[in-house]
Design a protein around this ligand. Structure first.
Ligand SMILES: [Zn+2]
Ligand SMILES: [Zn+2]
Length: 111
């Protein structure tokens, strides 16, 4: 199977949220911790589509970097090709999902 190569220009969004963090800042935070190019990320986006599993927000192709892959069982080594352990979450929902002190653990395992 050939891999698809996408080139996405990452534009500054510049929108501010109530907490004062811009979308870009949040994305950058997550990306710094998570590592940008995960094999399973592309797969999960293709399987589950460009939609947040939690808030059902839909994303355009150009905004797809705002979607992140959550591992349902918390095990990042568990990446079944059928996508059954993945959930696409927007950065806000993902942040929320791990806000109980789990976020550090989550991202420290990632590479
Ligand atoms: Zn969401
Ligand atoms: Zn997660």
């Amino acid at each position: 199977m050939r891999k698809k190569h996408y080139t996405v220009r990452r534009k500054a969004v510049g929108k501010k949220r109530e907490n004062g963090k811009s979308v870009d800042e949040i994305v950058r935070d997550l990306r710094d911790k998570a590592g940008v190019h995960s094999e399973y990320r592309e797969q999960s986006l293709q399987i589950h589509g460009l939609i947040c599993a939690k808030c059902a927000r839909e994303f355009d192709y150009k905004d797809r970097h705002l979607l992140t892959v959550h591992h349902k069982d918390g095990n990042h080594k568990n990446n079944p090709p059928d996508g059954s352990n993945w959930e696409n979450l927007c950065v806000y929902c993902h942040d929320d999902e791990h806000s109980r002190g789990l976020l550090g653990d989550y991202f420290s395992q990632e590479e």
